[in-house]
Structure formats: structure tokens, C-alpha cells
Design a protein around this ligand. Structure first.
Ligand SMILES: Cc1cc2nc3c(=O)[nH]c(=O)nc-3n(C[C@H](O)[C@H](O)[C@H](O)COP(=O)(O)OP(=O)(O)OC[C@H]3O[C@@H](n4cnc5c(N)ncnc54)[C@H](O)[C@@H]3O)c2cc1C
Length: 364
């Protein structure tokens, strides 16, 4: 295991914000993972698994424990079982590389998740989703290290309790598991199903595109919204953690309240009715109606702002923003939305904090 001390974490995140880790362990095998955990426990330090850093807010003061940089070798193993294709994929595999690989084989089921940054190990944590698909629709099981027992376990899709931007990994069992491998199952004969307005507009209602065509269209749509990280063509609009706020799930009363703020000529508040009867509102609409347009900044030369192409993305405009700058803007938006709509917007990216179950500070 490769271990370094006082390592700046900002370069390991897509926001490019935050202070140093006391230790950064490069984890390139399951044995490394166990060794790094043993090291953290011996030193009585907290630990935190880091994937691609694309859904992460690192505080300016950094992290006082051991960051486990998941660097497991990329591996995608495809097998066929009757009408299904099974893909066993290492947690260290780049997410988009997996989607591309499957689309190139003509396999449908993940094409709408093209262009999401990060690694496969991060994908089940918040049950990534986009353009009408969620990763939980194709996850069969997750191999993870259980920090309670230090044994590897195989969790079924049901065990993971997936829901909108949620799983056991970021809710009931937060900080308990480190994902080492994810197994996906796709229907070998499936064709892409388009449900999202952007994609229907792109292809037209009668089209029957291949998975690869949908993959390419999704990436183009994302690029236009600044939601694609393109190293060849970097843009401050994609120096973000993706959507900074989740779409809030509200009751009928809150939905009716929002109706009062429809702009002239606007037919309806964008919303989705869920099987439970609850209503998911578009956080971007709430933010815009509160007076935060795309490109908003608190002051003209503020280092952070709202992306000029996507209302939900808070960006590090200058590349030198601090976490304090970012949280000031977040708080301002949350406060004003709560004031107007009585809805508390929830932050989507994870804030790097010690794993409490594992924390044993030296002075405890
Ligand atoms: C431009 C942009 C666009 C985005 N678009 C979308 C989108 O459309 N839909 C969407 O859902 N998300 C989106 N995101 C958010 C992000 O890309 C995803 O959530 C991604 O899956 C995070 O993976 P990661 O490897 O970067 O995780 P990290 O950011 O490194 O970590 C996120 C969380 O997962 C945990 N974690 C990571 N790896 C492991 C592991 N192996 N075991 C246990 N815990 C782990 C971390 O501890 C942390 O709590 C976007 C982000 C950006 C920057």
C-alpha cells in the first residue's frame, strides 16, 4: 500500500476545493484496503473512501484521518446467463468507460447514465441517475468490505434498499461498507427506452436509437449543459460536483403553495408524482423562481457561482474558491428557497467527514 502524508485533496475532486488529508492511502488491491484500515485503526484515525471525488465537498481544514483512494485496477468481466448479460466490474473502473463498453456491445440499460463522472464503486452510493435511468435498475449485487467485521460480503440489490439518490450506503448503513466490485445484469435483447423530454426531442417520438447512439446524444446534451467533464475542453461550468441540490419530495400542500409562483405563460410547476402519493419538485425551478438565474454570483467577482448553463450546479468559477465560499452560496440559496416555499433543499454531494463508526481519535 502506498501511503502519503499531508496530501492536498482539492486535485482529487471535481470541484477543486478543500484542504489536505493527514494521510492518503492508494488502495490498489483488496489486500491494500485491509492494510490501510489496519493502519488507520492502529493510529486511531478516522477513514474515508474516495472514488473519483465527483460528488464530494472537502472542507478547507482538510481531513484529520486516512483517505482511502480507491485505485483498484479497472476490470469489466462479461458473462452470458440465458437472456441476461452479467457484468462484474471493479470499483476502480471509470463509470463512463463501463457505460461506453456496454453500449459498444449493443447492450441497453445504462446508456442514459453516460457522461457521469466518478468510479463504479461510487455509483451505488447515491444510486446515480439521469435522463430517466437509475443505476439500481441494473445492479444485481455489490461486493463490499464490512467495516464492522472486516469481511467481504455480497449484498443483493434488495439489501441495498435503493431509492431516489439513496441506498443503505448513504443512509441506514452509512460508513459501514467499502465497495470493491459491482455486478450488473442487463437484458441481452433490451432496446433503449427513452422517457426524458431532452432525449425525445433529440431523437423524435418514432426513433429507435441504438444504445451507442443514446450514449452519444446524452453526452452531447450534457456538454451543452456544462454537465460533462471534458479534459480536452475544460470549462469553469463543469468545475462542480454535478447537481448541488436534490429534487425535494414534498406533499400536496407544498406543491399547491408552489403553484402561486408560476410565471406568466407557464403551464405548471415541473413535478413528478411518485407511487407513494408524494410529489418530487424540480429543485432548479424552485431556485430560479427564488431569484437565482443561471450564472448567479453573490458579488461580481465571487469565486463561486451558479453555472451559466445549469441552475443546479454550483461551480468553482476561478479555480481558487474555498469551501467557505461555496457553503456561503449554498446557505444563501437554501435560506431563500426555504423562506419562499417552506421547502428545505437538501445538499446532494457528500461533505467529507470522519467515518463515525470507525473513529477513534488519539485524544479519545
Ligand atoms: C459534472 C458532473 C455531473 C454529474 N452528473 C450526475 C448525474 O447526472 N447523476 C448523478 O446521480 N450524479 C451525478 N454527478 C455526481 C457524481 O458524479 C456521482 O455521484 C458519482 O457516482 C460519484 O462517484 P465518485 O467515484 O466520484 O465518488 P466520490 O465523489 O469519490 O464519493 C462520493 C461518496 O461515495 C463514497 N464512495 C466512493 N467510492 C466508494 C467505495 N468504493 N466504497 C464506499 N464508498 C464509496 C464516498 O465515501 C463518498 O461518500 C455528477 C457530478 C459532476 C461533477
Amino acid at each position: 500500500m502506498h501511503l502519503e502524508q499531508n496530501v492536498p485533496l482539492a486535485p482529487y475532486t471535481t470541484l477543486r476545493i478543500g484542504g489536505p488529508a493527514r494521510y492518503l492511502a492508494l488502495v490498489t488491491s483488496e489486500a491494500d484496503l485491509l492494510e490501510a484500515i489496519r493502519f488507520a485503526r492502529e493510529q486511531k484515525l478516522a477513514l474515508f473512501p474516495l472514488g473519483g471525488g465527483s460528488n464530494l465537498v472537502v472542507p478547507d481544514e482538510g481531513y484529520p484521518g486516512v483517505v482511502l483512494k480507491i485505485d483498484l485496477p479497472e476490470a469489466i468481466e462479461l458473462t452470458r446467463a440465458e437472456a441476461k448479460i452479467q457484468a462484474e466490474v471493479s470499483a476502480g473502473t471509470e463509470w463512463n468507460a463501463l457505460v461506453l463498453h456496454l453500449c459498444q456491445q449493443g447492450l441497453a440499460g445504462m446508456e442514459c447514465l453516460a457522461g457521469i463522472p466518478g468510479l463504479v464503486g461510487g455509483s451505488p452510493i447515491q444510486n446515480i441517475g439521469a435522463y430517466g435511468q437509475e443505476v439500481s435498475q441494473t445492479i444485481h449485487s455489490v461486493r463490499a468490505l464490512d467495516l464492522h467485521t472486516l469481511n467481504f460480503v455480497e449484498l443483493s440489490r434488495q439489501d441495498c434498499s435503493f431509492a431516489y439518490r439513496s441506498s443503505i450506503f448513504n443512509s441506514t448503513q452509512r460508513n459501514r461498507y467499502i465497495v470493491a466490485r459491482v455486478t450488473f445484469r442487463l437484458d441481452a435483447a433490451a432496446r433503449p427506452k427513452l422517457s426524458y423530454a431532452d432525449l425525445l426531442r433529440h431523437f423524435g417520438p418514432e426513433a429507435s436509437p441504438t444504445p451507442l447512439e443514446v450514449y452519444e446524444a446524452v453526452r452531447r446534451i450534457r456538454a451543452a449543459k456544462g454537465m460533462l467533464i471534458d479534459p480536452a475542453n475544460p470549462s469553469p461550468d463543469s468545475r462542480s460536483a454535478g447537481s448541488f441540490f436534490k429534487n425535494p419530495i414534498v406533499d400536496e400542500h407544498a406543491y399547491r403553495h408552489a403553484l402561486q409562483f408560476l410565471a406568466q405563460g407557464e403551464a405548471q410547476v415541473p413535478h413528478w408524482r411518485l407511487p407513494s402519493g408524494a410529489i418530487k419538485l424540480a429543485a432548479a425551478w424552485l431556485i430560479e423562481r427564488t431569484g437565482f438565474p443561471k450564472g448567479f454570483t453573490l458579488t461580481p467577482d465571487a469565486p463561486v457561482g451558479i453555472s451559466s448553463r445549469h441552475t443546479l450546479a454550483l461551480i468553482n468559477r476561478t479555480g481558487s474558491a474555498t469551501c467557505a465560499d461555496l457553503l456561503r452560496l449554498r446557505d444563501h440559496i437554501q435560506w431563500r428557497v426555504a423562506n419562499k416555499f417552506s421547502i428545505q433543499l437538501e445538499q446532494e454531494p457528500v461533505t467529507l467527514k470522519p467515518y463515525p463508526d470507525d473513529r477513534a481519535p488519539a485524544d479519545a
